[in-house]
Design a protein around this ligand. Structure first.
Ligand code: NAP
Length: 418
């Protein structure tokens, strides 16, 4: 039965103010924002001053408020607010991917114990309804992979880079247009994409992976050299969050990829996001849309509010039923590694080299690496080295067991993960 929602909204920035507007414009969703809590007493607002509070106690001491929507830009403060809201028996909606990725199981335990909902569609890929689809439509074990572009800032920068504009200029353009923060590290180094990947892993495969265990190699090192290589081969470069099922293992990482023209995400440009879900029986499906911004993200939050009216909760069926699945780094991936220094390339433990280009100014090597040999390398901060994943399917470790005793490698069967 539809229930009365009285909302305490924490945060009235880009997404919070967007939510206020989209909720007001929606005739179908009958929910009231009773209290809005913000931080800065001096800031000019689009609503009268009396409409705001500066203390979350005003929400927690009001028994008529049964729903807390947390949309602030401080994940430490957000953790306290979300925990307190769940403990107090209120439903919570959040779009804070960092917070959710880092504390998901703890927050779920509190939500479960208090029999309340904790929803976060806006935390992954903005307006794209991917969490609820993974949860409801793909509510079985048939998903074989989820991959895609879940960060609009990096996609905008890479689109410009692919078109020949250098990284620094592309970043500045993204900042001027409001797509990138003044400190863009979380986006360009792949942290934001990684937090979202943790949530995709939970809803696609039912596994919880600590974000600190996952490789996130970002786009800062993508230079005109990598773009030239992409152009020569007919690729475009995209930052992918990628998760695939291999037997009873799941592999996952964030890295720039060379993408072939036949890939669904090849033409997804600028600030758009795209998620490709592959299933055993359904083959591939592409979800595309705006991954950030006031109204697109608010529309995802609105959808959660609407679901709360009917007491909707994520069931996490795959967590219960796929309990034999686990995260693995035991696979091979074909990569391109470029650097001005051949010594830097030589430090990467290639298992099999396919191409080596060497000149005074720049060198690159392509070939297969065992993922566990590179997963701990901080490519974002390692001097003078860029990593891009090639389009070949990942390969199981067993495929390389044909290595002969003298250290030479025999050709192996091509095995796709599906
Ligand atoms: N922007 C997007 O496109 C987007 C997309 C997906 C997800 N998200 C997520 O949505 C959340 C909000 O992002 P945003 O872009 O809307 O942030 P924002 O524009 O920077 O606004 C942040 C809001 O949080 C308030 N705030 C900060 N600390 C607070 C505290 N301790 N108590 C009460 N209010 C506090 C700020 O108050 P003042 O107004 O007083 O400064 C401001 O209203 C973040 O978790 C973000 O990761 C954003």
């Amino acid at each position: 039965m539809s229930k009365e929602l009285t909302i305490g909204l924490v945060g009235f920035g880009c997404v919070g103010s967007g939510l206020y507007e989209v909720l007001n414009q929606s005739n179908l969703i009958d929910a009231t924002i009773k209290t809005i809590v913000v931080k800065d007493r001096e800031k000019e607002r689009s609503l009268p001053k009396e409409r705001f509070s500066f203390d979350v106690k005003d929400i927690f001491e009001d028994e008529s408020i049964n729903t807390v929507i947390e949309l602030i830009n401080d994940s430490d403060a957000a953790l306290d607010i979300v925990k307190q809201a769940l403990e107090s028996g209120r439903n919570v909606v959040s779009a804070n991917k960092k917070l959710i990725a880092e504390y998901l199981d703890e927050l779920l335990e509190i939500a479960k114990r208090n029999n309340v909902s904790f929803l976060y569609e806006g935390a992954v890929a903005g307006s794209i309804p991917i969490i609820r689809n993974l949860e409801e439509y793909y509510n079985n074990d048939s998903v074989t992979s989820v991959e895609g572009i879940v960060n609009g800032t990096t996609n905008y920068i890479l689109t410009k880079s692919n078109d020949g504009i250098g990284y620094e200029q592309a970043l500045k353009d993204a900042q001027d247009l409001g797509f990138a923060e003044l400190n863009p590290t979380l986006d360009v180094d792949g942290f934001d994409s990684k937090y979202k990947l943790v949530l995709l892993l939970k809803h696609a495969f039912g596994i919880t992976v600590n974000p600190s265990s996952l490789l996130n190699s970002g786009i800062r090192k993508i230079s005109e050299r990598e773009v030239a290589y992409a152009n020569e081969k007919g690729y475009r470069i995209k930052l992918f969050s990628r998760a695939e099922k291999v037997g009873n293992k799941v592999v996952a990482f964030v890295a720039p990829h060379f993408v072939e023209s036949s890939h669904f995400a090849y033409s997804v440009d600028n600030e758009f996001n795209a998620v490709v879900v592959a299933g055993l029986f359904s083959d591939q499906q592409l979800f595309i849309g705006k991954g950030a911004g006031s109204y697109p993200t608010a529309s995802a939050v609105l959808s959660d509010v609407s679901a709360l009216k009917f007491n909707y909760k994520y069931e996490y069926r795959k967590t219960i039923e796929n309990s034999n699945l686990s995260y693995s780094e035991d696979f091979f991936v074909r990569v391109y590694v470029g650097s001005s220094y051949i010594e830097s390339i030589n430090e990467i433990p290639f298992y099999k080299v396919d191409e080596l280009f060497q000149s005074d100014k720049y060198s690159f090597q392509t070939g297969w690496v065992h993922f566990s040999d590179i997963s701990n390398i901080d490519f974002n901060n390692r001097e003078q080295i860029s990593l891009v994943v090639l389009p070949d399917p990942l390969r199981l470790a067993e495929d390389f067991e044909s290595k002969s005793k003298d250290g030479n490698y025999q050709e192996f069967e091509h095995v796709a993960f599906s």
